[in-house]
Design a protein around this ligand. Structure first.
Ligand code: FE2
Length: 363
């Protein structure tokens, strides 16, 4: 576990290695965090959750960082608001020193203590940092698109289109995580649900398919849109997906909001899959999805859901309001996060993440 910890920490700094200095502090929009904030926040997480609790007589590196780098954990005290992360003045060198300080103490603690709870918390910290590695890549795309540089995306979104529909036979199925490995609290407990017969597309919708939606004037036709979606289109004068360009139209359409995904499904005479239908698809095909797929499932608790303990109870559960679940994973998703039960979630208007569309229809 020590090796994994060191590898994950190194990978995050590696992702920041070639970012121009001025972009490290940039926050083009409230939902996008500056790269240096990710470096500090992932470090604060280990400090707050592990060192402050388990390291005897631990001296925090800088108490001001507990304000700056706490994301939203209200039980951990006051914190900088998300929209103000771009106003952080401390330079990156200080944050790199903070990372070194916390890493040294975590490694020292691991040499001296070996309790199960510590391992569990370290596992959450590692998975948390990996989630931020993915977020960082989404944020970098937004940051670069606002500057003169082009984002050097280091993965491809090739589609390998097969035009295959996966058939779900009507019946009772078990959902949620049932293994013994790491998983988030929101993936459990396992429970049964009755599914009706349906088809779900294995392929993601391509840009050329989506172009038909745009060309038909769908962004001007309220009949395809949810009421809130139509308001969002009008208020923001939305005409196409974020970062839309007409190169390589065989790629899957990405950076799509839930509102757009839902409207496109209507346009096609289909619907979005539920998160449970998508889970069955992932169980059967070990998803190699290049984009997170929107589902029509509201992000809410499974029956008999239990949050993580203590401060970490704020990790997932408190966001179960006004968000929708995305399933699968994307090209920037870390290796160990590919699980059929993994639940990602965003607000319906958000689209700076690597999100795409799969269609479903009833049988
Ligand atoms: Fe976080």
């Amino acid at each position: 576990m020590k090796t994994r910890f060191e590898k994950v920490r190194k990978h995050t700094t590696g992702l920041c290695e070639n970012i121009p200095k001025d972009l490290m502090s940039m926050q083009p929009r409230a939902e996008v965090s500056p790269p240096k904030w990710h470096l500090g926040h992932t470090t604060w997480f280990f400090e707050k959750v592990i060192l402050c609790e388990y390291f005897e007589n631990y001296q925090v590196y800088d108490s001001e960082f507990h304000f700056s780098f706490n994301s939203y954990y209200k039980s951990a005290g006051e914190h900088l608001s998300q929209a103000d992360r771009g106003s952080l003045l401390m330079d990156c060198e200080k944050i790199y020193k903070y990372r070194e300080y916390v890493d040294q103490h975590i490694l020292e603690l691991l040499n001296n203590k070996n309790c199960e709870n510590l391992k569990h918390l370290l596992e959450i910290g590692i998975n948390h940092e990996e989630q931020h590695q993915e977020l960082l890549q989404m944020d970098l795309k937004a940051i670069y698109s606002d500057s003169i540089d082009t984002y050097p995306e280091n993965f491809s979104l090739d589609s390998n289109k097969k035009d295959q529909w996966f058939k779900i036979t009507e019946g009772l199925y078990t959902f949620g995580y049932g293994g013994s490995g790491f998983h988030y609290d929101n993936e459990g407990p396992q429970h049964q649900r009755y599914q009706y017969g349906a088809l779900i597309s294995r392929d993601l919708v391509t840009k050329s398919e989506y172009q038909n939606f745009i060309s038909s004037g769908a962004y001007k036709n309220p009949l395809y849109w949810l009421s809130k979606g139509w308001d969002w289109v009008c208020e923001n004068d939305v005409k196409s997906p974020l970062y839309w360009d007409e190169s390589d139209m065989s790629l899957p359409v990405s950076h799509i909001s839930f509102f757009e995904a839902d409207a496109y499904a209507n346009f096609m005479g289909c619907r979005l899959p539920s998160e449970f239908e998508h889970e069955l698809l992932d169980v059967n095909f070990k998803s190699s999805s290049k984009l997170w797929a929107w589902t029509n499932s509201h992000y809410s608790a499974y029956p008999r859901f239990k949050k993580f303990d203590g401060v970490l109870s704020e990790y997932n559960g408190k966001f179960m309001c006004n968000q929708f679940v995305l399933r699968g994973g994307c090209a920037a998703t870390p290796e160990g996060h590919w699980r059929p039960t993994y639940r990602n979630f965003y607000e319906p208007h958000q689209r700076w993440m690597y999100s795409g569309i799969r269609l479903a229809k009833d049988l």
